[in-house]
Design a protein around this ligand. Structure first.
Ligand code: ADP
Ligand code: MG
Length: 307
């Protein structure tokens, strides 16, 4: 998944549990990596259809979040990602003509899931880069729990899954990175048994007449400019946390808060958010008031969102 992963587990079976978790991660990576020709996602992108129960389940979640976010999260954005080549050897800014031609192959309606079968139409390609790490976090949490582990930190390149609390029973402390200076942090979140996932402009980008980051607004085919430079989602489910961080980044503050309300009303899913705006504000939902401790060295203005 093109990142560094660190797993820490406590207790009697920790060592065996971590071996099994590593195996799970390698298997998932081999299935979901669209840049690996032998992956299941590559087979789908080549043949237009594939049968796989797990991939169907994950694609279905991606599609659901796509629809709930009004298309801000769109797992068919692959051709546009490829044109920008953010992580490749020759990143570049595609022309407007090129992007609008590519956008003809992008859209949630070009992706369908029927039972265990996934299908693509209109030359669409599946890219699970915005949800795969979070889903992998869910899978690792399940494996660790099966081994009897009740206390673990699953750090998948900045997407952090917390299994239970610390061995002494107290909550974990998770540092949230400062998007302007990733060696610093915005603050510390005190949490247990949840996922803390951040999407920010510092993650993977390149510079050419300005900095271009790798979260695409599917409406324009260009890096999203929503007024946000970082979004942290706190949510009990890893796949949802990951995809929602990407969706909220595209939606901006008002859209993110509206999506949060929709999730509570329609999916009975409660999430908390830490939003960093491009004018130096850190705005966090009121549910984090007791759990988010702003960094003292920061230059940001911190505000709880009372909504
Ligand atoms: P990171 O990979 O840095 O943790 P994200 O979780 O936000 O960041 O995922 C970004 C990845 O998601 C991109 O590399 C790309 O594969 C994919 N992606 C980019 N824009 C979108 C989008 N609007 N909807 C769904 N996936 C996207
Ligand atoms: Mg994401």
């Amino acid at each position: 998944m093109d990142t560094v992963m660190n797993l820490t587990a406590y207790g009697e079976n920790a060592s065996a549990a971590l071996d099994a978790a590593e195996e799970t991660l390698r298997t998932l990576d081999a299935k979901l990596d669209r840049h690996d020709e032998t992956s299941t996602v590559s087979a789908l992108n080549r043949d237009g259809t594939v049968e796989d129960a797990e991939l169907a389940q994950l694609t279905d979640i991606a599609q659901t979040i796509g629809a709930l976010s009004g298309g801000a999260f769109d797992p068919t954005v692959a051709p546009v990602m490829d044109a920008w080549d953010f992580t490749g050897d020759a990143p570049r800014v595609p022309s407007d003509e090129e992007l609008s031609a590519l956008l003809a192959h992008v859209g949630l309606e070009k992706l369908s899931v029927d039972g265990n079968t996934i299908a693509l139409s209109d030359g669409a390609q599946l890219d699970l880069g915005g949800i795969a790490k979070g889903y992998a976090g869910d899978a690792v949490r399940t494996v660790l729990a099966e081994f009897g582990v009740t206390s673990a930190v699953i750090d998948l390149g900045g997407d952090v899954g917390l299994l239970g609390a610390k061995p002494d029973g107290s909550d974990w402390r998770v540092a949230v990175k400062d998007p302007a200076a990733p060696s610093k942090f915005l603050g510390v979140l005190t949490a247990a048994d949840t996922f803390v996932v951040t999407s920010g402009i510092y993650e993977r980008g390149f510079e050419e007449n300005g900095v271009h980051h790798h979260i695409i607004d599917p409406k324009t085919g260009k890096p999203a400019e929503s007024g946000l430079v970082s979004v942290t989602v706190v949510c009990g489910d890893g796949a949802w946390a990951d995809a929602l961080s990407t969706a909220c980044f595209v939606l901006g503050e008002a859209g993110s808060l509206a999506l949060r309300d929709t999730l509570a009303a329609e999916k009975n899913l409660r999430i908390e958010l830490i939003l960093v705006t491009d004018d130096g504000h850190v705005r966090y939902t009121a549910g984090l008031a007791e759990r988010f401790e702003p960094s003292e060295e920061g230059t940001y203005v911190y505000e709880a969102i009372i909504a």
